[in-house]
Design a protein around this ligand. Structure first.
Ligand code: ADP
Ligand code: ADP
Length: 231
């Protein structure tokens, strides 16, 4: 069970700036939730608090049935995909994919199996011996998605993962991520996905539900249908 529950979450940065105002949001187990809004509305701050990369000033965060305010990032059952890929430049694709599993002391054969499984699904098997510097942005982003995938997290966090890609690649990556969400659901191991974007089309096409943010406040939470297609 990996429901993600934000109860009256606030973020006040050290300089006194009140970035997140009393967020209450119930993200269901296996749901694809998009956080959308203009630059500066606190999408990234919110995601980073869920990831444990930013402290929570007040309120309660639950992931699954666990109170997570003070839980280390690595113990939250999450994996994050960043805009800038965040791959290790000196490692090959294979090593990048395996790294998070090796640090978790997974058996070697299981690591190999998970890496080749993810590589196959993402069509990067032929890139396994390359380093990030020898790949295109789209290829790097597939590896970044693969690195999250191999960990089999209960929750995926995406921080504007497609904004450095050209329009055509954006569409194909969008479909890839949606398909991954569907496949995990069908396999009986659904993953909750929380996806941050400023792009309304992306929000509309990907989200089971959309949370609309503005200036650090939640404006609306609803399905794409109800938000955009109501007469
Ligand atoms: P978004 O991801 O929607 O673009 P952010 O979460 O990055 O928005 O930022 C939300 C607000 O918090 C912005 O006004 C930003 O300037 C401010 N902010 C972000 N990080 C810090 C920080 N470390 N210290 C102070 N203010 C910050
Ligand atoms: P570990 O597997 O020991 O957690 P990682 O380097 O894979 O080592 O990740 C360290 C922590 O940083 C993760 O547990 C996670 O909380 C956070 N993190 C989230 N997404 C990523 C990511 N894509 N790559 C690296 N770290 C991530």
């Amino acid at each position: 069970m990996a429901q993600v529950k934000l109860q009256n979450i606030n973020k006040i940065y050290k300089n006194g700036y009140h970035a997140v105002h009393d967020f209450c949001l119930d993200i269901k187990d296996g749901e694809f939730m998009v956080l959308v809004g203009p630059s500066g509305c606190a999408k990234s701050t919110t995601l980073r608090m869920i990831a444990g990369l930013e402290s929570i000033s007040s309120g309660d965060l639950h992931i699954g049935d666990k109170h997570c305010n003070d839980v280390l990032p690595k113990d939250r059952g999450i994996a994050m995909v960043f805009q800038n890929y965040a791959l290790y430049p000196h490692m090959t694709v294979r090593e990048n994919l395996a790294f998070g599993l090796e640090t978790r002391k997974k058996p070697k054969d299981e690591i190999e199996r998970r890496v080749s499984e993810a590589a196959e699904i993402l069509e990067i098997s032929e890139l396994l011996d390359r380093k990030p510097g020898q790949m295109s942005g789209g290829q790097c982003q597939r590896v970044a998605l693969g690195r999250a995938m191999v960990r089999k997290p209960e929750v995926f966090l995406f921080d504007e993962p497609l904004s450095n890609l050209d329009a055509k690649l954006r569409v194909s990556m969008r479909m890839r991520i949606s398909r991954l969400h569907d496949e995990l659901k069908q396999s009986g191991r659904p993953a909750t996905m929380i996806y941050v974007t400023h792009d309304q089309v992306e929000a509309l096409t990907m989200g089971d539900r959309i949370c609309v943010l503005n200036r650090g406040a939640i404006m609306q939470v609803d399905t794409p249908m109800n938000l955009y297609h109501k007469p």
